[in-house]
Design a protein around this ligand. Structure first.
Ligand SMILES: Cc1cc2nc3c(=O)[nH]c(=O)nc-3n(C[C@H](O)[C@H](O)[C@H](O)COP(=O)(O)O)c2cc1C
Length: 174
């Protein structure tokens, strides 16, 4: 992967990001890594920093990795990996080596002590800044009924975007 922080970054935020699901990976060398597919979230600016907001339910195995580590990546994969992205979003790392079963692998970055999906076309390398549970009582009742009947709440994680990586192939095409 190579670094590119300007034009491709904008294209992705305002175009591709809306249409694709990403794979979030959390962890570090000591505790290992786990990933899940995410489709809810956003990119913005907070406290003068570029940030991503992601929403992860407490029941997810990845949640415990998010709690215990600082490194968080969001990896975006080409359409040809659709089945792999779906697999990561429908199986738990609690039960199996789902990366292997989804035919995906990690690239570990030792300076950052984090990992992203090797097959990704582009990826955000981030550091966790802050997290807060969605306040159940304050949510609109239709949202509570639709999404939180079982009490499995989302926690919002605010992550600072430290680096944006794209593959050389992507850079050549755009
Ligand atoms: C398209 C798609 C989008 C998803 N988006 C989210 C999300 O934004 N937040 C979340 O907590 N779970 C989301 N999920 C569910 C998790 O990816 C799924 O429960 C996963 O198996 C959890 O894996 P884990 O237990 O190894 O963490 C999504 C699943 C799919 C298929």
């Amino acid at each position: 992967m190579i670094k590119n922080l300007d034009t491709v970054y904008n294209d992705i935020i305002f175009d591709e990001l809306k249409r694709k699901n990403a794979i979030l990976t959390a962890g570090d060398k000591t505790i290992g890594f786990n990933s899940l597919t995410v489709s809810w979230g956003g990119i913005g600016v907070l406290w003068g920093r570029d940030v991503a907001y992601v929403f992860v339910r407490k029941s997810r195995h990845t949640y415990s990795f998010l709690e215990r580590s600082e490194s968080v990546t969001l990896s975006f994969l080409d359409e040809k990996y659709k089945d792999s992205v779906q697999y990561i979003g429908t199986h738990s790392g609690r039960d199996e080596d789902k990366m292997k079963n989804a035919n995906l692998s990690y690239t570990y970055d030792p300076d950052y002590d984090g990992a992203y999906i090797r097959q990704a076309t582009y990826c955000f390398k981030m550091k966790k800044l802050y997290s807060i549970d969605l306040p159940y009582e304050e949510l609109p009742s239709d949202i509570k009924n639709q999404y939180y009947k079982d009490g499995d709440l989302h926690t919002m994680f605010v992550c600072e975007i430290r680096q944006f990586l794209v593959t050389e192939e992507y850079n050549e095409l755009h």
